[in-house]
Design a protein around this ligand. Structure first.
Ligand code: DLL
Length: 433
């Protein structure tokens, strides 16, 4: 039977959710306007005042905010409460450029813990569980985010942090961890190490995993579930908005419920900024409607996804966002064709390859080249050149039929691609260098 952390909120009527959003947005806009000169200026530039925002219907009148706004005001220019009320800072350097800093009040942390606890319960956790956290601890929000949620739930936290994989496995085994939290690429690596150590998943007590912080395919989910003998749940979030827990998966494992009592999600056309209808792919935009320290409004995430309304088999009423297929800034444009690394991953895993690959993009004589390096599994490994050529050709065909693009494929030896303990770096784009 489906379990909820806060059924009265997670399964509230749409009317009730809407009422929370209306009231909280109005208050939040006033708070941002009154407390952050930068917001006041942005709103004045757009010709709106807090009085123009009477309900969530008026959200579209507000200006967007961008990562650039966070960088321009670095470090504390968007904080909306005095520093004495900030009890925690987190930061993200992102894939490119200068880091950004966000702050939390005690109340903000409590909300964060609550929404992460919702995810844990949706994945079947109770206070009886041992939650093993292998997200990195530190300024990255993964470690402390899951830590706070698991503590709030009353589970037993194992703050393993990332790295030292053999030791992780000893801890998983000896401490009897039941829920594993880390990036999907690290979960895959842990699964692979388990096999190498000759340990069967049955020897562990794991039952579920909470994986996020990077894009991962359905094929990778199945792979991890098999390797670790668990059910793998997706969790989405970003430092700017809160950290992990902005959206979370339920037993349906088909899209993530957005915690709509704290965030309003929109999908927009990234080119025109126009709000798109439900179901259509576009850029995810979030507004924080309860966060005191950092009241970010209409934040352009650069993540590409879609939102779906309607009933979910789990009984929750929060809208669902599809798994983001990638970020607009990860999207490769190769000879005019848009390619997401996650699409390449789908082809590789469907052909039985592991999720250990690297995508190398270059420009030779003004033509873009796409070279996919993928590891063979130890069972595939051979020095038969004919066999390798046949396999490479098969993948080239698979990529061509999915992407409509000619790629080069290089099969490499098992273990030759460096493993990730956090977010995997899949793409080397030499064109930018
Ligand atoms: O990655 C927060 C987090 C930690 C989420 C642990 C989930 C688990 P940042 O480092 O600021 O924060 O990176 C945020 O990561 O904009 C997405 O591009 C990507 N991302 C996060 N979760 C997912 C996911 C954390 N489930 C950026 N699927 C976001 C795809 C994800 N991409």
């Amino acid at each position: 039977m489906e379990k909820y952390y806060q059924p009265e909120i997670e399964c509230a009527s749409r009317k009730q959710i809407r009422a929370w959003q209306d009231e909280r947005l109005v208050r939040q806009v006033r708070h941002a306007y009154d407390s952050v000169p930068y917001y006041r200026h942005l709103m004045e530039e757009q010709g709106v005042t807090p009085d123009d925002i009477q309900s969530a219907n008026d959200l579209h009148k507000l200006p967007f905010t961008y990562k650039k706004d966070l960088r321009d005001t670095y470090p504390y220019g968007l904080f909306a409460v005095p520093m004495k009320d900030i009890v925690r800072l987190h930061a993200s350097s992102g894939t490119t450029g200068k880091q950004i800093v966000v702050g939390y009040t005690l109340e903000d942390l409590d909300i964060w813990d609550t929404i992460v606890a919702r995810q844990l319960v949706a994945a079947g956790a109770t206070e009886e569980d041992k939650v093993h956290i292998s997200y990195g601890y530190g300024l990255f929000t993964g470690g402390l985010g899951l830590h706070g949620g698991a503590t709030k739930l009353g589970a037993t936290v194992i703050p393993a942090s990332s790295g030292n994989t053999a030791r992780q496995i000893t801890i998983l085994k000896d401490f009897g961890s039941t829920i594993l939290c880390c990036t999907p690429s690290y979960a895959d690596y842990i699964g692979e190490t388990l096999q190498e150590m000759g340990i069967s998943p049955d020897e562990l007590s794991l039952k579920a995993g909470i994986f996020g912080a990077e894009a991962w395919s359905e094929e990778m989910r199945r792979d991890i579930e098999k390797k670790l003998g668990i059910k793998a749940y997706n969790i989405y979030g970003l430092t700017e908005i809160m950290g992990p827990g902005v959206a979370y998966e339920c037993s349906a494992q088909d899209g993530m419920h957005v915690n709509e009592d704290h965030f309003i999600v929109e999908i927009i056309d990234p080119e025109t900024g126009e709000v798109l209808p439900d179901g259509q792919q576009g850029e995810l935009v979030f507004s924080c409607i309860t966060r005191q320290a950092f009241p970010l409004l209409r934040y352009r995430t650069r993540d590409i996804g879609a939102i779906h309304r309607g009933t979910c088999s789990c009984g929750r009423t929060f809208v669902k966002m599809s798994k983001p297929m990638g970020r607009t800034d990860d999207m490769l444009i190769i000879r005019g064709v848009n390619v997401f690394p996650s699409q390449i991953e789908t082809v590789l895993l469907n052909h039985g390859y592991p999720a250990n690959y690297q995508i190398i993009v270059d420009r030779v004589k003004s033509t873009d080249t796409l070279d996919v390096h993928v590891e063979m599994t130890p069972e595939m490994f051979t020095d038969n050149m004919g066999e390798i050529a046949r396999r490479q050709k098969e993948l080239v065909e698979g990529l061509r039929s999915l992407l409509g693009l000619a790629a080069q494929v290089t099969l490499v030896a098992p273990k030759s691609i460096v493993r990730s303990e956090g977010k995997a770096v899949r793409v080397i784009d030499k064109r930018k260098i």
